[in-house]
Design a protein around this ligand. Sequence first.
Ligand SMILES: [Zn+2]
Length: 311
Amino acid sequence: MIGAVDIGGTKIATGVVDENGRVLAKAECPTDVARGFDHAMQQVIKMLAQGAHHSGIKLEGIGIGCTGPVDPITGLLGNVNTLPGWEGTNPVEKLSVEFGVRVAMENDADAAALGEAAWGAGKGKVRLLYVTVGTGIGASLILDGKLYRGVSDFHPEMGHHVIEPSGPLCSCGARGCWESLASGPSMVEWIKTNAPPSYQTPNQSAQLICAQAREGAEWARRAVEREAYYLGVGLANLVTLFAPEAILLGGSVMKSADLFLERIHEVIGQNCRLVPFERVRISLASLGPDVGLIGAAQVWHYRFQPCGASS
Ligand SMILES: [Zn+2]
């Protein structure tokens, strides 16, 4: 039984996950960044302890998925955009001391990819990419069952590869990176900039745009077409670069994947003729809304029990 912690910029979720990737108990709280790291950790400790108590178990270890950049080996948080002031703090050390168990952490996209590879739609795939499209775009590569790491164990940022050098400026420093063009907020931004005033609403969201597109609203349909195109271009680049066996798509924007998939396949077909793109399976991730927790638990198994029940 592993304690799982999913740290995001707006909320932190915790859970107890069994050796088959089933979530037995879960809880969440707002991240409340301004009150600081120690306050957030007190919440996490309380939620994990309650989850273990309600499940009637003792935690054997704790796995963490955290919005990045993070150092997976030392457990130190880097300069995370959505967690200002938390740089240099260490949730691995904190939870390890508190619970007296081994703790492992990965970037949240890597955690979700490990979860999908072990217990979800990526099971049995040896060349697997996982892409999550929501507030941002995260991606992770798993080769022969191993998480790909860059220099100094850094997580490569495929979500920020440049697609249009004249595109919008992103917080990563680049113009026209994939995230700046195809994340959920970029759909909203495009509507704000391009649609007529009659179409603007204060609570615009990617989800709302997709719902309006289903009802046939013209500007929403254009936004969806644009989104599908840029998703397609980014995915086509990944197909050309890696020719993976499968690409799994997750994240909040992909709840509306049926609106995008046909166009995505069309763009990949146009752009990837040098690799056998038709053999690259593009499908939806399967672990659903608990993927962050399930992935976090798998982070622990992957680090400490590479040949255990999860492999
Ligand atoms: Zn970027």
